[in-house]
Write a protein that binds this ligand. Structure first.
Ligand code: SAH
Length: 244
């Protein structure tokens, strides 16, 4: 029985891959990967390493999750070193927990290699600190996958504070409804919002606006993209370092 590594690939910039992730990529017999932020990582693998693409777009797997779980298990029966490589961090909307539990049930040994999540690093590359003294005392990473006007929403919309940064992952297609919802629960129409596409890569693009005015073009930005909402977005005026 092989050893499985549920591994974070980081947000895109190859240099944001951890040393530990790189070490297991180099010794992997098989790498099971999503639509990765940076496919260059695969070039670090051994010559005879097998690659299995289990595609993931906008948080939605092309292969159903139970088939991915089973694929990882089958590869663990066949190989010594199995790397399950995922964008960002495997436990931040990465379904790493489900994969770990499946393996545990099957008696397969696994390790988690955390990755640098896009939730924090992508805003950083857009010059937006997720917390800042006197501006935001906390930040929340929220799924944007849920339709915000859903009556059985699992998100506690009313609990968002004004001195808190909200980061929506997988939310681009819902952006208009997210903004409307936040205004309807009392957030200022002028609250700053940034949409960052392909963060930490050479194609990074950021649109800054307000909850009320977020332009239709934002929705058309290429994915992956995330949404940052809160006063910290204004700090970009001074801190934007990467796109310049
Ligand atoms: N486990 C990942 C998140 C998976 S959900 C992590 O920790 O980063 C996928 C969502 O992450 C995308 O819909 C998008 O909102 C966000 N995302 C991932 N990489 C990104 C990038 N380079 N730029 C902008 N958003 C990104």
């Amino acid at each position: 029985m092989g050893q499985v590594y549920l591994t974070g690939a980081g947000p895109g910039d190859m240099e944001l891959l951890t040393l530990k992730a790189l070490r297991v990529v180099k010794i992997a017999d098989v790498i099971i990967y999503d639509r990765l932020a940076n496919p260059e990582i695969l070039k670090e693998a051994k010559k005879d390493c097998e690659f299995v693409y289990v595609g993931k777009e906008d948080g939605r797997h092309i292969l159903p999750q139970d088939e991915i779980n089973e694929t990882i298990y089958q590869k663990a029966l066949k190989y010594d070193v199995v790397v399950r490589l995922k964008g960002g961090d495997p436990f931040v909307f990465g379904r790493g927990g489900e994969e770990g539990m499946y393996l545990k049930n099957k008696g397969v040994s696994f390790e988690i290699i955390p990755g640098i999540t896009s939730a924090i690093s992508v805003p950083a590359y857009a010059g937006i600190p997720v917390t800042s003294r006197g501006v935001a005392v906390s930040f929340r990473v929220v799924t944007g996958h849920e339709t915000p006007n859903k009556t059985d929403s699992q998100i506690d919309w009313k609990s968002f504070k004004n001195n808190e940064t909200i980061i929506f992952l997988m939310g681009l297609h819902n952006i208009q409804t997210i903004c409307k919802k936040l205004i309807s629960i009392g957030k200022s129409k002028d609250c700053p919002i940034a949409v960052i596409s392909k963060g930490t890569t050479k194609e990074q693009k950021t649109i800054v606006s307000t909850l009320q005015n977020i332009p239709k073009e934002a929705k058309k930005l290429p994915t992956p993209a995330l949404i940052v909402i809160g006063e910290v977005v204004k700090l970009r005026d001074e801190l934007n370092w990467f796109e310049d």
